[in-house]
Design a protein around this ligand. Structure first.
Ligand SMILES: [Ca+2]
Length: 436
């Protein structure tokens, strides 16, 4: 590398004693216009970068909000559905417990009624048996008394006939027949009265017996009627309980069916929501990708430290490194050391980067060229040849000074923009280039 001094950079001043020539005025004018255009372009690029950066931030924020809103809506819906399911399940369980309790109570009541009825029937049966037994006994007693009375009557008739014969015989024997007839007549009347009383007593016994039999029959009918009534009541209660159970079962089945329908509806809504959310997110991603593809400057600005300027993405390092480290750090970004293939645009870009970084105007910066593989055969980072006749080489460069200069820097001063070969172990800032 040829090392110029500050003095050699000073252009010899020319003093004009007369009006400057027109060509000089034009040159100055052109120079001023060029400076103005460059400043305007720099300002425009800066503003564009700023707007693109803000746009990116806004898009990120919007996407985050949409994602957050979708997640919150989905979570709320899931929570609501879960709560409703729990409530419905609780109600259903309570209904089943009530149904079970009602069924159990009805069974117990039915069993108690049956037991009570059986006991009552047994008592009625016992009472009926006792009454029948009594009636039979009374009947037998009455029958016996009737037979005795009949025997007594026959005996009396026999005795009476005998006595009448005796009286007639005695009347025939010793007179006084009228008196004896009168006595006999009284005795006959007395006998007739006694027979009348016995007959009345027999009628009364018969009447009582008939009455008892009628009562027994009525009581038997009443017991049977009561039994029929109890059986009818039990049947009614049983039918009512069965109807209640049937109704409860029917209602429960209806509720379960309604719940299943609601669940199905909720499930369908969730699926539709999920589908629409996926479609929306996919559309957002697609739009974002389209925006990114359409604006490489946005992709460039997403890389830390890189700037998009004059259709190129690049970064000037903040630290000085040797060539090997500088090359590795660019490659770690997915980039490479800057290949200075477009002298005019590259000079504008590199001066812009130096100005943005606030660096001094005399500086060496590592770029992509080197002849590490074959001495004096320089190549750019992408492997394309860097001819020794390339117009950006400084005067006498590359000179491989000391036989150790295999890496290339761009040397920038207020009046110079040239390539020099340098020792690779030297430390300089470096320029990375990210291809889009
Ligand atoms: Ca060399």
């Amino acid at each position: 590398m040829y090392l110029p001094t500050r003095r050699t950079l000073v252009t010899t001043a020319v003093s004009w004693t007369a009006e400057p020539p027109t060509s000089v005025v034009l040159t100055k004018g052109i120079e001023n216009m060029r400076n103005t255009t460059t400043d305007a372009r720099v300002q425009l690029e800066t503003e564009t970068n700023h707007k693109l950066w803000n746009f990116q931030l806004q898009m990120d924020s919007n996407v985050s909000k949409v994602m957050e809103s979708c997640n919150v809506s989905q979570q709320q819906l899931l929570t609501t559905v879960s709560d409703k399911l729990l409530q419905l399940e609780t109600k259903l369980n309570k209904g089943l417990v009530d149904l079970h309790n009602a069924s159990f109570t009805a069974d117990r009541r039915l069993e108690a009624n049956i037991n009570e009825s059986v006991e009552h029937l047994q008592k009625v049966q016992l009472q009926l048996d006792a009454n029948i037994s009594k009636a039979v006994q009374s009947y037998n007693e009455l029958n016996e008394r009737l037979m005795e009375t009949s025997k007594e009557l026959q005996l009396n008739q026999t005795t009476f006939s005998y006595q009448v014969e005796n009286i007639v015989t005695r009347l025939d024997k010793d007179g006084g027949i009228e008196l004896k007839l009168t006595r006999a007549s009284d005795q006959v009347k007395d006998l007739q009265q006694r027979m009348q009383k016995i007959s009345e007593a027999a009628d009364e016994h018969q009447s009582q017996l008939n009455k008892q039999i009628t009562e027994l029959e009525a009581e038997g009918k009443t017991g049977l009627s009561g039994l029929q009534q109890i059986t009818s009541d039990l049947r009614t209660t049983l039918t009512s309980n069965v109807q209640t159970l049937t109704n409860l079962t029917s209602k429960t089945e209806l509720r379960v069916s309604e719940l299943e329908k609601k669940l199905s509806t909720i499930d369908n809504r969730l699926k539709r929501l999920e589908t629409s959310t996926k479609i929306s997110l996919e559309a957002i991603r697609s739009n974002m990708s389209a925006i990114f593809r359409a604006t490489p400057g946005v992709q460039c600005l997403l890389k830390t430290g890189y700037v998009w300027y004059l259709e190129t993405c690049f970064k000037l390092s903040t630290r000085e490194e040797n060539y090997t480290t500088a090359k590795a750090k660019c490659e770690a970004d997915g980039a490479h050391l800057y290949d200075v293939k477009s002298p005019i645009l590259d000079e504008e870009r590199i001066r812009f980067a130096i100005k943005q970084a606030g660096l001094p105007l005399y500086i060496n910066i590592w770029v992509g060229g080197n002849d590490l593989e074959v001495e004096s055969v320089h190549r750019w980072s992408d492997g394309t040849p860097l001819s020794p006749l390339y117009k950006l080489w400084g005067g006498g460069e590359p000179d491989n000074l000391g036989g150790v200069q295999d890496c290339v820097v761009i040397n920038v001063t207020p009046v110079q923009f040239v390539l020099l070969d340098e020792r690779c172990s030297a430390s300089y800032r470096y320029l990375c280039q990210y291809d889009l």
